[in-house]
Design a protein around this ligand. Structure first.
Ligand SMILES: [Mn+2]
Length: 317
């Protein structure tokens, strides 16, 4: 039995943590192999969805358990997720920076085990530390803080990595959204088939995949200096992509807005004249930013023209 989220305020036993993460990895692998999720299909690292009845999208949480709890209670998650026509997409970056990374990872996995067809867990750049090491990856130390130092702990951390590898890299919601953690790759697709193929075959297990690197790390910029399409990222990994890149990807897959997380902002921000919409959902480690999430129903997605139309569907945490 897994523990409910309501009981999580104090302690989280290691056995529960392990069980829920292992079960989530198994569910995700099954969905990846079976290719099925209610209201859509799974193509490798890509999930293709019909427009759901209602859609909630949560951006980077970064260990801010309080922000996550607030969002879940605001959407009345038990009732909301019980209906498979509703979808809850997490854009990744569950861990690092905030104080309660293990609890946040546990909570989103718990939701996936309870509601496997309503919850979609995407991969953020922080869920790829073996491939893209970086100094702010404090998650392994948070695990030790929470569960104590024991000799099996480094080994256990290695066992979490298959979960990271099973997380989705992109979601396409028909006629509406391309959903990624960081951005779309700077290399332009020739047509829709190639775009879908690129998104679904982005390799989820090693750093020789430039496509995966770009999906996890890219950022949109309104002014691009180099050749009008992209430039090297100030992050040292990934790229900055320009409006023509966004435009080409959206045209190819017949979508209107690229939804993504990855950059702290005032809860949301808009780039490329409404083609790119960024959602940021934590505040504990970002006192200069705000936290918000998207909550939108089917009719409003059908009528959507661009990212500016999403502003009224953002809710602050
Ligand atoms: Mn990120």
């Amino acid at each position: 039995m897994v523990r409910g989220l309501e009981e999580l305020s104090e302690d989280l036993p290691l056995t529960d943590f392990r069980n829920v993460l292992d079960t989530t990895t198994r569910i995700m692998k099954n969905q990846n192999e079976g290719g099925q999720i209610s209201g859509g299909k799974v193509l490798g690292s890509l999930v293709k969805l019909d427009i759901p009845e209602r859609l909630v999208v949560v951006g980077d949480i970064h260990g801010d358990y309080a922000a996550l709890s607030t969002i879940l209670s605001k959407i009345d998650y038990e009732r909301y997720l019980s209906d498979e026509h509703n979808k809850l997409i997490f854009l990744g970056d569950y861990i690092d920076r905030g104080r309660r990374s293990p609890e946040v990872l546990y909570a989103v996995c718990f939701l996936k085990t309870r509601f496997p067809h309503s919850v979609i867990l995407m991969r953020g750049n922080h869920e790829a530390p073996d491939e893209f090491p970086f100094p702010s990856h404090d998650f392994p130390f948070r695990i030790i803080d929470l569960f104590g130092q024991d000799q099996s702990m480094p080994l256990y951390y290695q066992k979490i990595l298959p979960l990271f590898h099973a997380l989705y890299l992109s979601v396409v919601i028909e006629n509406c959204f391309i959903v990624v953690h960081g951005g779309v790759p700077a290399r332009l697709p020739h047509d829709g088939l190639e775009a879908i193929k690129t998104l679904s075959t982005a390799r989820a297990n090693h750093m020789t995949s430039e496509t995966m690197e770009e999906i996890l790390w890219n950022d949109p910029r309104d002014s691009i200096r180099d050749n009008g399409n992209f430039e090297r990222s100030r992050r040292g990994i990934g790229k900055h992509f320009g409006r023509s890149v966004s435009n080409a990807w959206l045209k190819s897959v017949d979508a209107k807005v690229i939804l993504r997380g990855h950059e702290p902002c005032e809860g949301y921000k808009i780039n490329h004249q409404g083609l790119v919409f960024t959602i940021f959902s934590c505040k504990e480690s970002y006192p200069m930013s705000k936290a918000a999430y998207l909550d939108i129903v089917c009719d409003e997605m059908v009528r959507l023209k661009n990212g500016y139309d999403l502003r009224e569907h953002m809710h602050y945490v």
